[in-house]
Design a protein around this ligand. Structure first.
Ligand SMILES: [Zn+2]
Length: 108
């Protein structure tokens, strides 16, 4: 899975940046900064964290943003579990090399 440089959620643009020192300092793999409109992630290249963990964290932070936009209850355990399983779903969809957008467009 490629982590995009920008993700648009409900029409709002969020930059996706890697800042390993910030994440290590805060003891997180990533975080959503709503006011700054960005997602900050540890970089798998220099953090020692496995890439799949950071990819799942990206989904996790997107879910926090979605919950905020939709005014859903933003419980950490729900976000954590949902991101973990959603990541598994994406991995299965992408397993045959089909870009996710083609999967989504297939039945349109
Ligand atoms: Zn979280």
């Amino acid at each position: 899975m490629n982590i995009p440089e920008v993700i648009v959620i409900a029409g709002k643009r969020f930059d996706v940046v890697f800042d390993t020192p910030c994440c290590i300092k805060e003891k997180v793999y990533g975080r959503a900064e709503y006011d700054q409109c960005r997602i900050v992630l540890a970089n798998p290249e220099d953090s020692g964290y496995h890439r799949s963990l950071i990819e799942e964290t990206f989904i996790h932070e997107c879910l926090h943003i979605i919950n905020s936009i939709m005014s859903y209850d933003d419980k950490e355990n729900v976000v954590h579990g949902t991101a973990e399983l959603l990541y598994q779903v994406f991995q299965q969809i992408l397993a045959d090399g089909t870009p996710l957008i083609k999967f989504v467009e297939a039945d349109v």
